[in-house]
Unconditional design. Structure first.
Length: 474
């Protein structure tokens, strides 16, 4: 027997809520009610109903259309039926464009409502939703099956909809911090406003204040005109302070003021400017250690450490590797029109024993390279070893990384070819990369995980350098 579906009823009129609740229960559904948008979002977050009956015009700061947007962004599997007055036809049309299942006018036609509810119930009975394996994030970069990532997903869903909450994202390089921040933005009510990523480690110390806050005309010698900073450019949206741990100590007090007072001041200005932005911060550094070393302000650390998401390293969630590999294989096979590709069971087991110092980013780059360079439909362990830069495991589950090189090969008697000419193998890989990229040296270098200069050096050494350089970016 199919389990009962849960129906969320959202209306600020008590009589309508009561009537809908009574009808829904009589039809064999579980009913939960909310008198305003805030309560509705809490129920959606905690209980995840299958159906929502949503009043278009709520006397609340969060209207029906906004709730619909949030549902379709964060819980697209929830079927939404809008309830509107006869004078709200434009809003109903907008709701249908945003993905509402249907809309009902007041006074409600209960026969029509019964038909809609029965249709949804029959569809769910014949096509149940798959269990969660990472689809909450919507991209292969963060597909998962591990319990650790399921917990991360639950935290993200809970925090993303709180559009004014500052969130600190921690994790090693390559774990997906930047991508996760973009997802938090798109899952919030600020999704239609700008998303601005600021690399704190990429801006020189003497320029960081002007880059973030802007300046007034005449504030310094070269200030010929006033200029908006990145914070002001993101008004209404989200700002990611990437690698916050690298921010100059003397500037951190101004970031603290931005977080606490939601204001900033341009260089040379006499008054503060309001900042309607959500701040996300990401770092791969140990901020507590930074505080102890007097490199990070204690008060800023406490201010950031209210809502924290920590992404686990890939080596600590090896059960996610097959899921990630499968997604990357599909994506890159389509991208390069390479046909269906699979990875052998032996290859998967080998990848699960590797330490992954570059985490998901390293795995993604490896799979892209293997898709481009492999000729067969199945990628084997022999394909992986020369491209992963590893020594053979000294014990089950352990693999030691080597310095980057496209010629590193696992030195085992079974895996090495009869011809041990390293230069010939290197030339083979280079020719293959150039063939796959149509002779584009920059793209070939990226596939081989070396610099373009290093590739050109090897081409000259092997007398493969073309007479004319046609290596232009597309």
């Amino acid at each position: 027997m199919t389990s009962q579906l849960r129906v969320l009823i959202v209306d600020d009129e008590a009589l309508i809520r009561f009537g809908l609740e009574k009808f829904v229960k009589k039809e064999g559904f579980i009913a939960v009610t909310a008198a305003n948008g805030k309560k509705a979002l809490e129920i959606i977050e905690d209980d995840e109903p299958e159906i929502a009956l949503l009043d278009l015009k709520l006397q609340d700061s969060i209207g029906g259309i906004e709730i619909l947007r949030i549902i379709k962004q964060t819980r697209p599997h929830i079927e939404v039926v809008m309830i509107s007055g006869q004078t709200e036809i434009h809003g109903a049309v907008e709701a249908m464009k945003l993905g509402a299942r249907d809309y009902l006018e007041k006074p409600i036609d209960f026969d029509r409502l019964k038909h809609v509810l029965d249709s949804i119930r029959n569809e769910r009975a014949s096509h149940p939703l798959p269990s969660a394996t990472g689809e909450d994030f919507g991209e292969d970069e963060l597909n998962f099956s591990s319990e650790k990532m399921k917990k991360v997903s639950a935290i993200v869903r809970r925090l993303a909809v709180k559009s004014d909450l500052t969130i600190l994202i921690l994790g090693e390089s390559g774990t997906g911090k930047n991508y996760l921040c973009q997802r938090i933005h798109t899952m919030s009510s600020r999704r239609d406003a700008p998303y601005v990523q600021i690399g704190c480690s990429n801006i020189p110390d003497h320029l960081i204040e002007s880059e973030l806050f802007g300046y007034e005309k005449g504030a310094f010698t070269d200030a010929k005109a006033s200029k908006k900073g990145l914070i002001e450019a993101a008004q209404g949206g989200t700002v990611l302070l990437d690698e916050l741990g690298d921010m100059p100590y003397q500037f951190q007090s101004k970031v603290l003021k931005l977080l606490e007072e939601k204001v900033f001041r341009r260089i040379g200005a006499l008054q503060d400017t309001p900042a309607d932005v959500r701040i996300l911060a990401a770092t791969n550094r140990n901020l507590y250690k930074q505080v102890q070393e007097k490199k990070f302000r204690l008060d800023l650390f406490y201010r950031l450490n209210i809502a924290t998401i920590e992404l686990p390293a890939l080596r600590d969630r090896q059960e996610d590797i097959p899921v990630l590999v499968d997604g990357f294989l599909r994506n890159f096979s389509r991208k390069y029109d390479a046909g269906p590709k699979t990875l052998s069971a032996e290859g998967i087991k080998f990848l699960q024993g590797y330490a992954w110092p570059g985490n998901v980013r390293q795995l993604k780059n490896l799979i892209e390279k293997l898709v481009v360079l492999s000729d067969g439909t199945e990628i084997t362990l022999d394909d992986i070893r020369p491209n992963l830069d590893v020594l053979p495991p000294s014990a089950p589950g352990t693999v030691a990384p080597l310095p980057p090189s496209i010629t590193a090969v696992a030195p085992t008697a079974d895996s090495l070819p009869d011809d041990l000419n390293i230069e010939a193998m290197e030339e083979k890989f280079i020719r293959k990369a150039l063939e796959k990229t149509g002779g584009n040296q920059r793209k070939a270098a990226n596939l081989l995980n070396i610099s373009r200069d290093a590739l050109r050096y090897r081409l000259k050494k092997m007398n493969l350098m073309p007479s004319s350089d046609t290596d232009e970016e597309e």
